[in-house]
Design a protein around this ligand. Structure first.
Ligand SMILES: O=c1ccn([C@H]2C[C@H](O)[C@@H](CO)O2)c(=O)[nH]1
Ligand SMILES: [Zn+2]
Length: 297
């Protein structure tokens, strides 16, 4: 089991802890498939709600909060029934606007894993206004059930009445609906570029058209990617660098092992993420940010 879960696992009921220990192996990165969840329910006799609130203790352990020391965990259930954990991530020494909220982290985790929508989300603290707005960008966002400790589950619509969302800007294909914005670049031989182009084509940037993605490559050759996810209210948008860093943290990798970092963005966007991405990267690594501007196919 990974060291980061040792303290949290001791807070769980013994039979759940016994079932979880083998799952929290070195490969664990906050994902449990529907079958694993069903097995945990069956082996422990817990209700779904009881299990999810217990699992938030594990999700919380994925946090990186050097500024607030306040640990938030979230678990998003995708349409497939698989569950995706996330936790808040604060970038050391950087502006607070670089932070990733637990809800954004869990949702981006589900999106990167190929989910087409979120049905339910469990959070150990009430979602802030920024997260309510972020969730309102999702397919059927208003219908997502929000589960908080000691509170009746309510929809996002309840927590964000009269919400502003993509429809207000004429966007009818919201976040997590399949995007396809193929990009082209001369260099076909660099696997990092190919991976970044693939993710950029799946990015969600209906407002600026800056289809973009970041890939971080580690010393052992593993890669962690992030796609740009815009928001109708602009400021709650999630940057591709933050999404890639969140993925790296979830996989229990060390920033010191980042060997290459690449940002690919579309030439037709109204803006560039180069400076904001470099600033975020610099907080965790001295590796220079490689930058490619790609043409739409
Ligand atoms: O809805 C919320 C509210 C706060 N936080 C995080 C952000 C920051 O890291 C810390 C303090 O606000 O808690 C979340 O993750 N979700
Ligand atoms: Zn929030």
């Amino acid at each position: 089991m990974q060291d980061r879960f040792i303290k949290q696992i001791s807070l769980l009921p013994a039979d759940l802890a016994n079932e979880l220990v083998p799952l929290l192996n070195q490969q664990f990165s906050g994902h449990l498939d529907a079958q694993q969840v069903a097995t945990l329910l069956q082996k422990t006799g817990l209700t779904k709600a009881e299990l999810m609130f217990q699992l938030l203790n594990i999700a919380k352990a994925l946090a990186l909060a050097p500024i607030s020391h306040f640990y938030v965990g979230a678990i998003a259930e995708g349409n497939s029934g698989d569950i995706y954990m996330g936790a808040n991530i604060e970038l050391p020494g950087r502006a607070l606007c670089h932070s990733v909220h637990a809800e954004q982290h869990a949702i981006s985790h589900a999106w990167l894993s190929g989910e087409s929508g979120i049905r339910d989300i469990w959070i150990n603290a009430t979602p802030c206004g920024h997260c309510r707005q972020f969730m309102n960008e999702l397919v059927d966002g208003g219908k997502i059930n929000i589960h908080l400790p000691d509170t009746k589950a309510q929809t996002l619509q309840h927590y964000l009445p009269n919400g502003f969302g993509p429809k207000d800007l004429g966007i009818l294909q919201p976040l997590m609906q399949k995007q396809q914005h193929e990009l082209y670049c001369e260099d076909h031989n660099d696997p990092l570029i190919i991976e970044a182009l693939d993710h950029a084509s799946l990015s969600y940037s209906p407002y600026s058209h800056n289809h973009s993605a970041v890939v971080l490559e580690m010393a052992d050759g593993r890669t962690y990617s992030g796609r740009y996810a815009e928001n109708a209210a602009f400021n709650p948008s999630m940057m591709p660098m933050q999404m890639a860093i969140a993925s790296l943290v979830r996989h229990n990798q060390s920033f010191a092992d980042i060997k290459r970092a690449l940002l690919v963005e579309s030439s037709v966007g109204e803006l560039s993420l180069i400076d904001v991405s470099s600033d975020a990267l610099l907080s965790v690594s001295a590796v220079p940010l490689e930058h490619i501007v790609a043409e739409p196919v």
